[in-house]
Design a protein around this ligand. Structure first.
Ligand SMILES: *Cc1c(COP(=O)(O)O)cnc(C)c1O
Length: 424
């Protein structure tokens, strides 16, 4: 019960917004009530720097067991042998990995941000682009697909210490087998950042980065449907190839370097309330009902892609293998920014997004990104996707007609009332 009136009111407004609107932001989801309860629990009071059984503070006997459960459940979910569940976010997980495996100035190779990559994969405005020497691969202009042979050419040219795969706005699957061959050819460590599709990977609906990728990072709040946070995993531990030794002069294992990369490298005390919420979400993801959920996420994305294509929208790469689609609006005389604003007025939340080879600025953009994780949690099925596409199309066509947008908004809210969020 929040008694701070100003804050309580603002939370209530946000609560109403979430209940009434159609949530199509590909990186968002709705957690279960038990995940939310753990995130708001008394565990927030506890300092627990270190790892289970190796803490710098007393009174950690219960949080030790809790964090170990989170690690064990996560390892089961992804078939990992080692995991760290402390990163506060996806960006923090990537920072910890880079601190562990790179020296300042080392070359890294990642997927271009303007083609769908992530800031933490070498953008010049991010630590990853400031501390290290970033290089990028992108998609083919015609197909919208990553050409693995072009990735190989680039890797041989720039000889990265770390190769990064994974994206925020790429609707196709990844060839981890080929990427590992390339990494081995140039002597690079291969990291997959599966922040977006992690839930689909855990349930076998997409290629698995293990055993091909040395290190895997993810967020926990996107398709995985847990609290906001990050994780790092390995399929198996190995002596670090960079030659980092311990006090006894022995080669340190990667797991020990990655643990140090998180704490004390880039973070202080772990968020044990969030780790408890992560453990609950991992437990939920191990249930058959979660597998049903991710299957529906994918079915809905395919149905939405089809319904948008039928209305003359151009989907980058022509479709989707996962939970999202990237739409090029240049044939619709509407910018990404105008579409985002218009859809917002109609209670449909999406984000504007750069499309590959975009000529508009990142604040305007020529595209939008749509994702089905949140609406699927809400209960929408493939039979709803034609209706959803119709709303989006009408809102984009009528983006400067407030009367049209208001009418669509009423229709959206009417459906959302039939599919209540948090029934309690
Ligand atoms: C979302 C995302 C992240 C960052 O996650 P935060 O929790 O927002 O820091 C990192 N990498 C990729 C590929 C992402 O999509």
């Amino acid at each position: 019960m929040i008694r701070d009136h100003e804050i309580a009111q603002l939370i209530q407004h946000e609560d109403r917004r979430q209940r009434r609107g159609l949530e199509l932001i590909a990186s968002e989801n709705y957690v279960s009530e038990q995940v939310m309860a753990a995130a708001g629990s008394i565990l927030t009071n506890k300092y627990a720097e270190g790892l289970p059984g190796k803490r710098y503070y007393g009174g950690c006997e219960w949080v030790d067991r809790l964090e170990q459960l989170a690690i064990d459940r996560l390892c089961t979910l992804f078939g990992a042998a080692w995991a760290n569940v402390q990163p506060h976010s996806g960006a923090q997980a990537n920072a910890a990995v880079m601190l562990a495996v790179l020296q300042p100035g080392d070359a890294i190779l990642g997927f271009d941000l303007s083609h769908g990559g992530h800031l933490t994969h070498g953008s010049p405005v991010n630590f990853s682009g400031k501390l290290y020497k970033p290089h990028f691969y992108g998609v083919d202009k015609e197909s919208g697909l990553i050409d693995w042979e072009k990735v190989a050419l680039k890797a041989h040219e720039v000889r990265p210490k770390l190769m990064i795969c994974g994206a925020s706005a790429y609707s196709r699957d990844w060839n981890y087998v080929r990427l590992r061959q390339i990494a081995d050819e140039v002597g690079a460590i291969l990291m997959a950042d599966i922040s977006h599709p992690s839930g689909l990977i855990a349930t076998g609906l997409l290629n698995h980065p293990f055993p091909h990728c040395h290190i895997v990072t993810s967020t926990t709040h996107k398709t995985l449907r847990g609290p906001r946070g990050g994780i790092i995993m390995m399929a198996k531990d190995f002596p670090n190839p960079m030659g980092v030794k311990n006090a006894k002069g022995e080669l340190r294992n990667m797991s020990s370097l990655l643990d140090s990369g998180v704490f004390p490298g880039t973070q202080g005390g772990p968020l044990e309330h969030i780790i408890a919420a992560k453990a609950i979400a991992f437990g939920e993801a191990l249930e058959p009902s979660y597998h049903q959920y991710t299957r529906q996420v994918k079915v809905n994305a395919l149905a939405l892609a089809l319904a948008m294509t039928q209305r003359g929208y151009q989907i980058i790469s022509g479709g989707t293998d996962n939970h999202l689609l990237l739409i090029d609006l240049r044939n619709k005389s509407c910018t990404g920014k105008a579409a985002e604003q218009a859809l917002g007025k109609a209670h449909i939340t999406i984000n504007k997004n750069m499309v590959p080879f975009d000529t508009a600025s990142p604040m305007i953009t020529s595209g939008i990104r749509l994702g089905t994780p949140a609406i699927t949690t809400r209960g929408l099925q493939e039979s709803h996707m034609d209706q959803v596409a119709d709303w989006i199309d009408r809102a984009i066509q009528g983006h400067d007609n407030d009367g049209v947008l208001k009418l669509i908004g009423q229709e959206v809210c009417a459906l959302m009332e039939q599919l209540p969020l948090y029934v309690a």
